[in-house]
Ligand binder design. Structure first.
Ligand SMILES: *Cc1c(COP(=O)(O)O)cnc(C)c1O
Length: 455
């Protein structure tokens, strides 16, 4: 029976989605709005347009339109690397000796090596359409910056990337990919911005965080005419663009009449997970189907599982809008020892609301067990997974092993968000047995939570 399903379920180009799905349209309780940090009032389109591209502001604020057409130019670009395959992990199932059926949606088939290109190309397109000169952004491990530099070079836009210092130093190869695509890359915090100087004065020797880098990128975008800021995760618009992952996954599963029992994804800011689960969560919200949906985060940066649901800044510099989300506090900086990505202190406000309302679960995993899962996966499935993606692999394997105990033939779908070729310093640590887990104490988390803005 099971052999009727191919190793890879591909869609034809003609079966690719022509519209993104806006999950918020089906939410009865909408995610809380972004607030102006000065007034404490919901941000209006007028207030957002100095920071973000106009059309992206519309998408950000739109919580009612279910489907938003994917412009033809973006679909053309998508065709260079999409549809991405949905792979049946036959080899992993065999190795685990599990009755579970495991599928993964592989987003690593492009030069940036991750799903981030799905939103980068959309954001670059709207910036170009608006006649802008360029965009600024932050990047952590470097995947978003790489994706954005590819998208900007395609549309001939200038691209200024602030890269978290620890990654800038540990991941020189990504930095050079970005520069090859024409981007300017600055380690953050830097002396090139007011906020960077302030952070460096307060925390000399800091290895940086995504939050710092965001503050710097926003400052540069707002001070330079013809520039806007773009963000690779967390925002509603990014989840919207990433819905292409879930729509393709659902179309591929539907081709073979497969109904997943659980959908698993790693969660940093929540964009791949929000995109992967979108159409499934839509069915769940409309009462048409039920799925277990599991977010996996690192034990060293556990926003869902140990964070607080509150309004917080998206950046360390506290200049960005306030978002209501599960957060560890914008001053939280994960241990430099943590190599697995997913370092953002907060979480998408859409996913936060869904988690708060009981529509999804979350779990956290330690990085050594994540790399063990990565190794196990690589050895049988062939793909060298990104550490971020390997959080989802860890939980997919654990769930498949539970099925082995109970004899249940559950269908598991997980998001394999990218490849790990640029994460070999982390793999080296793991291979040398030098990897350890540093989990924040309750006191550390409480200390940054105590600094949440009072709303
Ligand atoms: C950025 C990234 C993630 C995490 O970001 P989300 O917005 O939570 O999806 C996961 N996997 C890879 C490979 C990434 O590059």
């Amino acid at each position: 029976m099971s052999n009727e399903i191919p190793y890879k379920i591909y869609l034809d180009e003609s079966e690719m989605p022509t519209a993104w799905y806006n999950l918020r349209s089906d939410m009865k309780i909408k995610p809380a709005p972004l607030l102006n940090p000065g007034t404490g009032q919901p941000l209006t389109a007028e207030e957002l347009t100095p920071i973000f591209c106009e059309e992206l502001v519309q998408q950000e604020l739109d919580e009612t339109t279910p489907f938003i057409e994917i412009p033809a130019e973006i679909r053309e670009f998508y065709k260079m690397y999409r549809p991405s395959p949905l792979v049946r992990a036959y080899c992993l199932e065999k190795k685990l000796d599990t009755p579970a059926k495991i599928y993964y949606k592989f987003e690593g088939n492009n030069t940036s090596g991750s799903h981030k290109l799905n939103s980068a190309i959309a954001q670059a397109y709207y910036a170009k359409k608006q006649g802008l000169k360029g965009v600024t952004t932050e990047t952590g491990a470097g995947q978003w910056g790489t994706a954005l530099s590819m998208a900007c070079s395609y549309f001939d836009l200038d691209c200024k990337v602030f890269m978290v210092k620890v990654s800038y130093e540990q991941k020189p190869f990504r930095r050079e990919v970005m520069r090859t695509y024409g981007a300017t890359v600055t380690p953050s915090p830097s002396e090139t911005t007011e906020v960077g100087k302030k952070i460096l004065a307060e925390h000399p020797g800091t290895t940086g965080s995504l939050g710092c880098a965001i503050s710097e990128a926003v400052e540069v975008a707002t001070k330079n005419p013809g520039y806007r800021y773009v963000l690779g995760s967390v925002l509603n618009q990014v989840l919207l663009h990433q819905s292409v992952i879930g729509l393709e996954t659902k179309a591929a599963l539907d081709k073979y009449g497969i109904k997943p029992d659980m959908i698993i994804g790693c969660a940093g800011g929540g964009s791949n997970l929000g995109g992967l689960i979108a159409p499934f969560m839509g069915e769940k919200l409309r009462g048409e189907a039920d799925y277990r949906i599991i977010a996996v985060e690192p034990a060293s940066c556990p926003s869902f599982t140990r964070g607080t649901y509150a309004y917080d800044f998206c950046d360390t510099g506290m200049i960005c809008p306030l978002a209501k989300m599960y957060t560890l506090g914008s001053s939280f900086i994960p241990s430099a020892n943590h190599a697995g990505g997913l370092r953002f202190h907060g979480m998408s406000s859409t996913l936060s609301q869904l988690y708060h309302d009981g529509y999804m679960e979350a779990t956290s995993v330690e990085q050594t067990s994540v790399f063990e899962a990565a190794e196990q996966f690589a050895r049988v499935e062939g793909i060298l997974p990104a550490p971020e993606s390997s959080h989802a692999i860890r939980v997919a394997i654990d769930e498949a092993l539970k099925c082995k105990e109970t004899g249940e033939e559950k269908t598991i779908v997980f998001g394999l968000t990218g490849t790990g070729y640029f994460d070999l310093v982390a793999y080296e640590k793991f291979n040398n047995g030098e990897m350890s887990d540093q989990i924040p104490t309750d006191e550390e988390i409480a200390a940054s939570i105590a600094k949440l803005p009072q709303i």
